[in-house]
Design a protein around this ligand. Sequence first.
Ligand code: URA
Length: 425
Amino acid sequence: MSFDAVDVIRTKRDGGVLSAEQIDWAVDAYTRGAIAEEQMASLAMAILLRGMTRPEVARWTDAMIRSGERMDWSELSSPTTDKHSTGGVGDKITLPLAPLVAACGAAVPQLSGRGLGHTGGTLDKLESIPGWRASLSNEEMLEVLRTAGAVVCAAGTGLAPADRKLYALRDVTGTVESIPLIASSIMSKKIAEGTGALVLDVKVGSGAFMKNASDARELARTMVDLGTDHGVRTVALLTAMDTPLGRAVGNAVEVAESVEVLSGGGPADVVELAVALAREMLIGAGLTDAKDPAEALRDGSAMDAWRRMITAQGGDPDAALPIPRESHEVKAPETGFLSRLDAYGVGVAAWRLGAGRARKEDTVSYAAGVTLHAKPGDEVREGQPLLTLHADETDRFERALEALEGAYEIGGKPDPQPLIIDRIA
Ligand code: URA
């Protein structure tokens, strides 16, 4: 069935509901190049402004899944389970989490992304390990899953090509921040990836896409419903992203912190979230009698799985990580408690230091980033280092320091805030 693109745009512009046939046609025609970029931009803006009903989002997601291949892991003897985070500052959780869950008996086939803007990308972080390869064929993915139990790699061009094209368009047309478009974008890729279970880590706060809990809850609910309707056992945790996760923000520094967690140490918040998400992933996989993830961190089995996973993707887990050429300390201006350390400010600082990219084509510095010497609630003394900035060139510091202006406060002891805010099933 064929439609006129302008009629489809007008229907949504005027607050109408798109039919299943209109949606199938629009997504397919856009992927084939039969709808012009400006027409899809206009439709995306109409969706952003008018929203979508639950059946519309479900059909839009379905059409994006059908635009490409759907992966199949039925040859594996272990059940598959995965995690997706909506993105935050210092969010290195996938690095310890994937081998942790593999060590407890499930298979983790994770297709991941690169960073854009103030949030980092898992692939950029892992690429700071010498030799590690992000691009794998489907056969190589299967082989890594068989030998290591977990694989983290880039999505191939065959997976949800409609989303690949639409996401790039949304990025430059002010249409990213639409709950139906975000939910369908994330879930089309995760469902096409073929995982049996999925845990969503929906971040809330200054460093997240969703700045308030009610938007985050709506996004989580929409994604959980999409996953469940497609036969993927899906739950979401709403987690705080007002301050960076852990004490490292960047690429190599986040790998080093993940290795600390896998060695049984590391910052308490990273351990708490990794263990909570791992437990949810194992429940989703049906492995209710599995080894407890906290035990797999203590007994070294998660570290063994990490070493197998990195080696199977060409990396050397013992190689030295890139070290920064230059560093700059930010000191506490007075004595008191660190009452606030803003995730967005630190994320932008790390990005300006070179850890992130402004355009897809940019390269990242693996050594750049920020190390936190104090977390909110810690007592600090005047002149004590609060943060260390790392970069390859000293001229990066000025703009990074500008991003940190007003991003931290010393004052009274803040009330402790929960990291895990809610669970949506
Ligand atoms: N991540 C995605 O994959 N898609 C979105 O639309 C937003 C974040």
